[in-house]
Design a protein around this ligand. Sequence first.
Ligand code: SF4
Ligand code: SF4
Ligand code: FES
Length: 457
Amino acid sequence: MSDMIEIIVDNQSYEVKEGSLLIDLLIKEQIKVPYFCYHEALGADGNCRMCMVEIVGQKRPQIACDTLVKKGMEVRSKGDNIEKVRTNILELELINHPVDCPTCDQAGECSLQDFYMDYGLHDSKITIDEKVKHNKKVDLGANVILDQERCVLCARCTRFTDKIIHSHELGIIGRGDYARVSTMPGRKLKNPYAMNVVDICPVGALTSKDFRFKQRVWFLKTANSICHGCAKGCNIYIDHNKMKYHDDVIYRFRPRRNDDVNGFFMCDEGRLSYKALQENRQEQILLRKKVISQEEAVEEIGRLLEIYHGRIVIMVDANLYTEEIKYILSFAKEVDAKVHAPLEIYNDPDFEDNMLKSSNRAANSKTIEKLKIDMSTPENIGLLINFNHPKSCEAESMVCFTTHKTEKSPFVLPLATYVESEGHVTNEEGIVQKCDKALMLNKPALTVTEWLDKVMS
Ligand code: SF4
Ligand code: SF4
Ligand code: FES
């Protein structure tokens, strides 16, 4: 390609697009360079000065985030000179820092801690008493708390509200040592994506009210998954922990970068949807309010399948995994049942926006369409077998596999949620995405596939 050029970084040659940002190459090639204010979604701001590199022929070090690559450029990212520059800048960043890492939620995933270990390790020239004090707990609204003392004034959070959400709630006020992040007078941080500022803050200045002081991050295990809050299919990390003598618990969802779907972000409602997955769960098999065993339940289902043969309808939730939906279709063939998945119940026009949120609140409705499953509401039903579909329908008899407590049927069987098994979903743009199993519960509910295996055996 004609606009590709070669440049040298640390004596190694790289092919790169002419005029692109040097820092993008360094990040892509995993060449270590410290940075606070640059973010690939927000662009360069050049305010933190941490990303200094040496460029042969230039008298002074340059910031990589605001340097465009040129043909023949020779860059040095390491060496005593540049490391000394970084140490000095870091010392400046840390002058008024409260050094309260032991009680900070960001500890363990904090850029400031990492850079201090790489380039700092200096003795402070300022005592704790001499440091300028700021407010340590400012409720910004929208589930976010600001600790002004920990802030390195990188302006990522303010640029997020200015450039990405255009809500302009945040700004930096004051000068010099007294500069601090604040909401605009009379305003609160209030937008449907506000909690993303917690992820993009490189230090522990912005923390989530929801996650604050709940877990140390080094205890958390992480699984890759897809948010089931709507058909957009934002890529997420599921952070969970199974503490000794306790069950496996999800502590947070975080956005996982996917440039084809959600970029770096997710909405707050999707982020907090992990709570509903763990609350009000159906835990026992109930037949007319009586707890029965799996064997008794399977026997009862067998009996009902025989009685209602020829008049059986199966309803499928459009959030189930593709593998589960296909398994249900083959079961339906076996027992001669009709399969329906009415989709209108998932339509939520109030939820939609022009960023990520979709009015279609089903994560896998595309698969229902692709598999040509009947989307109408079934009628004249003998036996209805409902696999977690939210709609209620009249039927002579009903078997309800459900993740959460429901009054829909006198015969309910607990079902695993998507975080308790693995599978694929197809988002509204037709992109097929995988969800890994996150939770290993002490008493796991059966998945659709496991239930059907029991019923068919
Ligand atoms: S609060 Fe965080 S993101 Fe905002 S300016 Fe301070 S360090 Fe940067
Ligand atoms: S936009 Fe939809 S898929 Fe993305 S985080 Fe929000 S609810 Fe989840
Ligand atoms: S990342 Fe380059 S100046 Fe902040």
